[in-house]
Design a protein around this ligand. Structure first.
Ligand code: NIG
Ligand code: FE
Length: 413
């Protein structure tokens, strides 16, 4: 199966040779081809070029005339919690009335509220609900997504969540990676006895997760009121013995030491980063860890914004992901994340394109396959509606600018 797309007004985020990530000043550049064609072969991008150089000998099973619309690589959303049993809009009212995320969590709301419902939910129901969300984000242009457990908080319920993610990997054309987040919150029965819960994660949950090969990554919510640096070290060093690489929640609520411990254990990414100062930036330099900002959560919770500009000025890469979850970011719309990146964090259109494609692809171990239009990479991209410029993408916030989606070389929508 091959598809030839012709008359593309502009082919965005083109790469001749794949890069692992884009950092510092380079983030303000993207490569594009105007008046372009693109050819897929099987599930791969086979070739591309300008219309003037479209050779007559190029044939494909299916021809799509883009009629002057643009083609972007699919978004890569490297941080979500999109398997959950129910929304939490009632808590959101408490939030509007002034209760903080931590206060809601202390009252047994928040993550624990979702965990109670998770215990009751069937795998089939969870798969069905998550599939609806995956279809929605695909329609907004997402091609690859990381999904965390962390609403189970018992061995049985965490394994259930991870099996649901495994089923989604199999059933859904989006590329999915799973992340075991047993250390998302301390269950009420372990209050005041937190190290016993960490024991359970290390001695019971992790061995089962590893044995059933249910997790690509391991996560810890290393922050004030949640898990300490010591807890995090125990979990990450146990996971390292199974060869599971960390991607962790860090510095959302305080200077938690999460960034430092993440880098120490060679985390693929550290995520949130509202509390990032000079010391944290210094540690991230010369590391293999992608600093990942989650604008949806900061916006929804009215949190301070992570210092994106300062990070890029220091030469760091920056990634932007959705954090799609029922408590702090109930949307997985990556177009909106791009807009938030530019409006709230003052990132340029080029910077937010890099931050939501190539850099998030790195942050989920997929930069060889996703994140750009590059020969040999996965043919997972979208054709826009009629838009005047690529800068229009972050500018026009709220609307869906995606017209057609191609996933793995097949027309999806
Ligand atoms: O990434 N920060 C921790 N966990 C999620 C929130 C999950 C929830 O409230 O349900 C987050 O924002
Ligand atoms: Fe999160």
């Amino acid at each position: 199966m091959s598809i030839l797309i012709t008359n593309i007004k502009e082919l965005i985020q083109v790469e001749e040779t794949p890069r692992t990530w884009v950092a510092g000043k380079e983030m303000s550049e993207i490569k594009t081809i105007k008046n372009a064609w693109l050819l897929t072969q099987g599930d791969r991008i086979a070739d591309f070029g300008t219309m003037e150089n479209l050779h007559e000998s190029i044939h494909a099973d299916e021809l799509i005339n883009a009629h002057g619309r643009m083609v972007f690589p699919g978004f890569v959303d490297s941080h979500t919690h999109l398997v959950y049993p129910a929304s939490r809009e009632i808590e959101y009212i408490d939030k509007i009335k002034g209760l903080s995320y931590e206060e809601i969590a202390k009252r047994g709301g928040g993550i624990l509220n979702t965990a109670r419902k998770m215990a009751e939910a069937s795998e089939d129901f969870l798969v069905e609900e998550a599939m609806k969300r995956l279809r929605t984000i695909a329609a907004y242009g997402t091609a690859a997504v990381e999904i965390k457990s962390g609403y189970g908080l018992t061995t049985e319920s965490e394994l259930k969540m991870l099996r649901v993610i495994k089923k989604l990997k199999h059933d859904c054309p989006l590329e999915i990676k799973s992340n075991f987040l047993g250390a998302h919150a301390v269950p009420l029965e372990f209050k005041g006895n937190q190290e016993k819960y960490v024991d359970l994660i290390v001695n019971e949950m992790l061995p089962r997760v590893a044995e059933e090969q249910l997790a690509d990554f391991v996560d810890v919510f290393c922050d004030k009121g949640f898990f300490t640096v010591q807890d995090t070290e125990r979990i990450l060093s146990a996971a390292a013995q199974y060869g599971i690489r960390p991607k962790i929640h860090a510095n959302e609520l305080d200077y938690s030491g999460g960034i430092q411990v993440g880098v120490k254990y060679n985390a693929l990414s550290v995520d949130h980063l509202e509390y990032t100062g000079d010391a944290e930036i210094e540690v991230l330099k010369n590391s293999q860890t992608m600093p990942t900002i989650l604008p949806g959560a900061a916006f929804f919770l009215n949190m301070p914004y992570a210092p994106a500009r300062k990070m890029m000025d220091a030469g760091l890469p920056v990634a932007l992901a959705s954090d799609f979850n029922p408590g702090s970011s109930p949307s997985g719309n990556m177009q909106l994340i791009m807009s938030m990146g530019s409006i709230l964090y003052r990132m340029t259109p080029e910077e937010v394109i890099n931050a939501t494609t190539i850099n998030t692809a790195y942050a989920m171990g997929l930069s060889h396959e996703f994140g750009s239009i590059c020969r040999g990479k996965r043919a997972s991209f979208y054709i826009t509606k009629e838009i005047p410029t690529y800068e229009y993408m972050p500018y026009s916030y709220g609307d869906n600018k995606v017209d057609r989606v191609i996933l793995n070389g097949k027309v999806w929508k």
